[in-house]
Design a protein around this ligand. Structure first.
Ligand SMILES: Nc1nc2c(ncn2[C@@H]2O[C@H](COP(=O)(O)OP(=O)(O)OP(=O)(O)O)[C@@H](O)[C@H]2O)c(=O)[nH]1
Length: 302
């Protein structure tokens, strides 16, 4: 059997419908995956199976006009994600059309290495008339030479199957990137740890996140429907603790806030998140740390 697999980067303005589309494509499967191939540049949002093809959707931290230094770093990471992917899909909202934000993304695309495969998906077609759609499609294709254009409604499901089938056929031949059993649902505490690790990755210097790990130590359900989650960030060197904490603890506070907000959105209820940073020089040699990450310690033996 010939299998295919690859990464598809979804880009677009905030609110374009990236989450909705990923969830549709991935179907009942998970939309969050923890795995060692995860990079700091793009997060893996979901894995869809179409016939013999595994499509790994990668998210980009958001493409917007960078103002602060951190924002610039994030935008750079977002473009990195697109450049690393096998195929990039730009999502444009049908009723908003070619906005200044979309134009900036098109300019960014033009700067990427030549030969990248980029498709256009005009989303939310349920909100506009067919005639307007054709005009918009023409305008966008005049602005950038998309390989293919799809008209979809991620929410209603229109056109999504066509897009998925095209992506599957366009990805390169190769072994699947994830064994099937690794895309099973993850326990919530692991998902929660992964969310924090992701926020750390976004905010800290590139090399550092590989040297830390996050564990959910306690998860307490409260009578009022909220949950208290206690997590420990393990770093391998004392010097790293200060970096994670930041000046007067402001880095860890910002990370905690961002992680908590994502947890609230994901779980749909109030969350109290407590983070602690501990130095554990040898965490990378401790089997227990690996099982918490859903990894097999023995796989690390080389
Ligand atoms: N009418 C309509 N609304 C849609 C469609 N797809 C997504 N939406 C809505 O658009 C809003 C944004 O969708 P998301 O999937 O959260 O967008 P996103 O691109 O992931 O947003 P960010 O994560 O903020 O970048 C939500 O309210 C969706 O319900 C669609 O096909 N039609």
């Amino acid at each position: 059997m010939t299998t295919r697999a690859g990464f598809v980067a979804l880009i677009g303005e905030p609110n374009a419908g990236k989450s909705t589309l990923t969830n549709r494509m991935v179907g009942a499967k998970v939309s969050i995956v923890t795995h060692k191939v995860q990079t700091t540049r793009a997060r893996i949002r979901g894995v869809a199976i179409e016939g013999d093809t595994q499509i790994v959707f990668v998210d980009t931290p958001g493409l917007f006009t960078p103002r602060r230094r951190l924002d610039r770093a994030m935008v750079k990471a977002a473009w990195g994600g697109a450049a690393d992917a096998d195929i990039t899909v730009l999502l444009v909202e049908a009723h908003r059309g070619l906005t200044a934000g979309v134009q900036r993304i098109l300019d960014g695309l033009a700067d990427l290495p030549k030969g990248l495969r980029v498709a256009l998906a005009i989303n939310k077609i349920d909100r506009v008339a067919a005639k307007a759609l054709l005009a918009l499609s023409q305008k966008l294709n005049d602005a950038y030479p998309f390989e293919k254009t799809f008209m979809i409604s991620a929410e209603k499901g229109h056109g999504v199957a066509d897009l998925r089938a095209w992506l599957a056929a366009a990805l390169p031949e190769g072994p699947w990137l994830y064994p099937e059993d690794q895309i099973a649902d993850l326990p919530l505490r692991m998902i929660a740890a992964e969310m924090t690790r992701e926020k750390l990755t976004l905010r800290l210097h590139q090399e550092l996140p590989y040297q830390l790990t996050v564990e959910t130590e306690a998860w307490e359900e409260r009578p009022d429907g909220s949950a208290r989650i206690d997590q420990v960030v393990y770093v391998s060197r004392a010097g790293h603790k200060g970096i994670v904490l930041g000046n007067k603890g402001e880095t860890i506070k910002a990370i905690s806030k961002a992680a908590r907000e994502e947890l609230v959105e994901f779980l749909g209820r109030k969350i109290h998140l407590f983070l602690q940073v501990k130095v554990r020089e040898k965490w990378q040699d401790e089997a227990e740390r690996y099982s918490e990450m859903g990894l097999d310690f023995r796989d690390g033996n080389a």
